[in-house]
Design a protein around this ligand. Structure first.
Ligand code: PMT
Length: 217
């Protein structure tokens, strides 16, 4: 099904959450486990691709034929992507990157104070990693993900256009959907196609995604 398309091709992929420090021991994060992105990385490597995986803080292992860069924050993920995006054939952004980070993380652990019942954290916007990749002159084929709790296809199409992506994978997320789960259901969207997959495990979704890219390039 993959028709040797991935043999020798270079794929850069982000996976997992980012952790945005509040102080040395606390962070703002999300429930991404990295499973979806790691499944794509493993399937592509098996299909003969040269895979670089930029992983947020996750507890997953990856096979030794995958070049892995571990990062923690969105800014670190951005720096790693900038270092590796050149000469890639494809970039897949499966990471759940924090949209905002704490403006000034404290250098020391923040102490609970008597009489102080409210604490305000000031947040600033993080760089949009995939949008930056898609804006480069020598850009690879850029595939984004859209994690939505409602209006899935509508919001995904907005992101495809706004971030100038070649393709986006839409998935519904919620209490037991998308994040952390073993199964997922992706809808592949390009400027002229919408293709919905049946629900299956993330390994299976990964293969379907790689086949879709192969068939649309
Ligand atoms: O890791 P799992 O537990 O297996 O869960 C998988 C998943 C649900 C996290 C995954 O399938 C998924 O949907 N990943 C993207 C989640 C997300 O945060 O989407 P978003 O709609 O916020 O972002 C849209 C796109 O922009 C994504 O490709 C994202 O990587 C990218 N982005 C977002 C913000 C930012 N600052 N930089 C980015 O590159």
């Amino acid at each position: 099904k993959l028709n040797n398309y991935w043999q020798g091709r270079k794929l850069l992929i982000t996976a997992g959450p980012t952790h945005e420090a509040i102080d040395p021991v606390r962070f703002i994060g999300n429930r991404s486990s990295g499973k979806m992105g790691f499944a794509i990385a493993e399937a592509a490597a098996k299909a003969g691709a040269q895979v670089t995986l930029i992983a947020g803080p996750v507890s997953l292992k990856s096979s030794p034929d995958i070049e892995r860069v571990d990062v923690r924050s969105a800014e670190q993920m951005f720096a790693a992507v900038k270092e590796h995006y050149q000469q890639q054939d494809c970039f897949i952004g499966a990471a759940a990157v924090a949209d905002y980070r704490v403006k000034e993380a404290a250098n020391e652990k923040i102490k609970k104070q008597d009489g102080v019942d409210e604490l305000t954290l000031e947040l600033v916007k993080n760089p949009d990693i995939i949008q930056w990749v898609a804006a480069q002159k020598d850009k690879p084929f850029v595939v984004g993900f859209a994690a939505e709790t409602n209006n899935l296809i509508g919001y995904a199409k907005d992101k495809l256009a706004r971030k100038n992506l070649d393709m986006i994978c839409a998935n519904l997320v919620g209490e037991s959907l998308g994040f952390e789960a073993q199964d997922n259901q992706l809808t592949f969207i390009t400027n002229n196609k919408v293709e919905e997959n049946p629900l299956s495990d993330k390994q299976d979704q990964a293969l379907a995604l790689l086949a879709f890219i192969a068939g649309n390039n």
